[in-house]
Design a binder for this molecule. Structure first.
Ligand code: NDP
Ligand code: RET
Length: 318
């Protein structure tokens, strides 16, 4: 009897899902960036542009006429992505450069070559990220999530901010996440040496992204360089690669999730929308201002994180 009820229940749910599939898909897709802004003559740098949200952001900005530099840790994968962008947009000015955010020497070498060879930078998109990886350290001994997602981008931005100022008006887009809501900056154990939870380490790093964007925006007041953070939505990408359960859930429920192209819309919006030309220090999702958790609004935490980050990276950034 119960078996029949359960089978009937599953049948009804499946039928409803099939019936409402087009509506569910439209809802899951979220907002599309409606701006038609062109980027001819502009230079854009996107980290982690070989796949997922970064690759789709690169394609869109290339279609708008920008010169897009795709910073990838694996240049072979980067070249494949660039080739597929060129296949969709033969006029695309895309180029691949090597950048491993888990290695400060690679970041410094990247920036040195970049500053020598590229003379303007109008849009920097700090997009690359890792999620829920087993406990690993970067080459400099930082826990991987905070090391790649926050500290690597912190150093990259520090090295390029002079060029952004000289190229102003310029924009920085920091790809964070809704996951920042569940994060705390554990100053007493930033690198999770005492205890490690891969989910919490990811959330901490995404909170660090929000705090970094707000603090940098404050420090860049009056420079015509704006900084905003973004939650792209829940996107069916390679991000779940370290978690089998998440990978299975994301593929089973893919109809409820955004595609990478849909997930790129808010980054594209923050990078191009005319109405955001003077908006800085804000957080966006679905191409609209979004809620920031109280711990992401703490000026004191943001300042402390800034100081700790400078100390860890051995830099002075006032
Ligand atoms: N997908 C989602 O649901 C959500 C994603 N986000 C954020 O969006 C951003 C993009 O994620 P998404 O496109 O989904 O994920 P993907 O895994 O598809 O893309 C991540 C990119 O980051 C690169 N990357 C990882 N580690 C490094 C490193 N050490 N140095 C340089 N590049 C590196 C990856 O390179 P490689 O391919 O070589 O590994 C890849 O290009 C991330 O910051 C993520 O936190 C936020 C909320 C939700
Ligand atoms: C609860 C639940 C789901 C939602 C997962 C969400 C909402 C994940 C968000 C991930 C983020 C924000 C990652 C990156 O930062 C799925 C997969 C639909 C499957 C059914 C159960």
């Amino acid at each position: 009897m119960w078996v029949l009820v359960i089978i009937a229940g599953i049948g009804v749910v499946t039928l409803l899902l099939l019936l409402f599939a087009p509506h569910i898909r439209r809802y899951a897709a979220g907002a599309a960036c409606a701006t038609a802004s062109r980027l001819d003559g502009k230079t854009v740098l996107i980290t982690g542009a070989n796949t997922g949200i970064g690759k789709e952001t690169a394609l869109d900005l290339a279609l708008r006429g920008a010169r897009v530099i795709m910073a990838c840790r694996d240049t072979e994968k980067g070249e494949e992505a660039a080739a597929s962008i060129r296949a969709e947009c033969p006029k695309a000015q895309v180029e691949v450069r090597e950048l491993d955010l888990a290695d400060t020497c690679s970041i410094r070498a990247f920036a040195q070559n970049f500053l020598r060879e590229v003379h303007q930078l109008h849009i920097l998109i700090n997009n690359a990220g890792v999620m829920m990886c087993p406990y690993t350290k970067t080459l400099d001994g930082f826990e991987m999530h905070i090391g790649v997602n926050h500290l690597g981008h912190f150093l990259l931005t520090y090295l390029l901010v002079g060029l952004l100022k000289r190229s102003a008006p310029a924009r920085i887009v920091v790809v964070s996440s809704l996951a920042h809501n569940f994060g705390w900056i554990r100053f007493h154990d930033l690198h999770s040496q005492g205890s490690y939870n891969s989910g919490l380490a990811y959330c901490q790093s995404k909170l660090a992204n929000v705090l970094f964007a707000r603090e940098l925006a404050r420090r860049l007041t009056g420079t015509d360089v704006t900084v905003n953070s973004v939650h792209p939505g829940t996107v069916n990408s390679d991000l779940t690669r370290h978690s089998t359960i998440m990978t299975i859930l994301f593929s089973v429920f893919s109809v409820f999730l955004k595609t990478p192209r849909e997930g790129a819309q808010t980054s594209i919006y923050c990078a191009t929308a005319e109405e955001l030309h003077s908006i800085s220090g804000k957080h966006f999702s679905d191409c609209a201002p979004a809620f920031v958790a109280p711990q992401g609004r703490s000026a004191e935490t943001a300042r402390k994180l800034w100081e700790v980050s400078c100390e860890l990276l051995g830099i002075e950034w006032d």
